[in-house]
Design a protein around this ligand. Structure first.
Ligand SMILES: Nc1ncnc2c1ncn2[C@@H]1O[C@H](COP(=O)(O)OP(=O)(O)OP(=O)(O)O)[C@@H](O)[C@H]1O
Ligand SMILES: [Mg+2]
Length: 261
């Protein structure tokens, strides 16, 4: 579905690394204030696709258009939260967050104003002068989130932002992100390998599958917002989770049945 008011349009996108074709003919559109979740097995190219959207690496074919112009490199208004935090070990929490603003051309006064605000928003007040090695994984992830949010991006690209933290922290961060998103809804591409997380966060879920990976299905998540812990207990949530599970697992189950026979 390509719509003219889409913030992000991916058309015929393919990427290969030498002989390895990672994904092929990916077509997607992400609307304004839409959260598009992308799910797929490890190695199917989720991070690669996000890096292409961010302009960190080029596509091998096709194109990605963000806000009307073709992506050729990182740009103002688009921020990314990395799978493995992406913090500078030699910078404090304050300076890690400030880094994104500096790149965006913020003045010292803006940095003094915004950095503490976003550090508080993600629950890290009091840890401004700590280095990454002095804080927990969940706190490092919050720091990466604060850095991305502080530039007040119109497009937020998130690569398994909670993949490296424990299950409880993950749940806390999911609901915090939903709370922050409700305050200021932005266009978001949210990569995850958790089916629950995709259903909880997404307006639609793109299921990537195969080698090379292609868009196998796009599932519309018709759960009302704001989404809360209560959402997890609804029959509709369970139905969508089962649907995505079946889509992802269909091949594995077919193989299993063949073994049984
Ligand atoms: N710079 C690179 N050079 C060569 N191959 C690469 C490079 N980056 C990624 N790949 C390959 O592309 C494929 C997809 O990698 P990618 O990191 O995008 O997967 P992913 O879907 O994000 O996986 P995961 O869920 O484990 O994070 C992998 O086979 C990987 O080896
Ligand atoms: Mg990845």
């Amino acid at each position: 579905m390509l719509t003219s008011d889409a913030r992000i349009e991916v058309s015929g996108a393919g990427r290969r690394f030498g002989a390895l074709e990672v994904f092929r003919d990916v077509n997607l559109a992400v609307g304004e204030r839409e959260v598009l979740a992308i799910i797929g097995p490890s190695g199917c190219g989720k991070t690669t696709l996000l890096r292409c959207m961010h302009g960190l690496i080029p596509l091998s074919g096709g194109e990605i258009v963000i806000e009307g112009s073709r992506v050729a490199g990182p740009r103002e208004g688009v921020a990314m939260v990395f799978q493995h935090f992406g913090l500078f070990p030699w910078k404090t929490v304050f300076h890690n967050v400030a880094y994104g603003l500096k790149l965006a051309g913020a003045t010292q006064a803006e940095i003094r104003d915004k950095v503490p605000r976003f550090i508080s928003l993600v629950g890290l007040a009091g840890f401004e002068n700590y280095y990454p090695y002095q804080i927990s994984g969940g706190m490092q992830q919050r720091c990466g989130l604060a850095r991305a949010l502080s530039v007040e991006p119109r497009v937020l690209l998130m690569d398994e932002p909670f993949g490296a933290v424990d299950a409880q922290t993950r749940e806390i961060l999911q609901f915090e992100l939903l709370r922050i998103w409700e305050m200021r809804p932005t266009t978001m591409v949210f990569v995850t390998h958790s089916i629950e997380e995709a259903v909880l966060m997404g307006d639609r879920i793109v299921v990537l599958k195969g080698r090379p990976a292609t868009v196998h299905e796009i599932v519309t998540v018709d759960l009302p917002r704001p989404r809360t812990r209560a959402t997890l207990a609804t029959p509709r949530f369970a139905g969508l989770r089962e649907h995505v599970w079946n889509t992802l697992m269909a091949d594995a189950r077919r193989a299993e049945l063949e073994i049984v026979r």
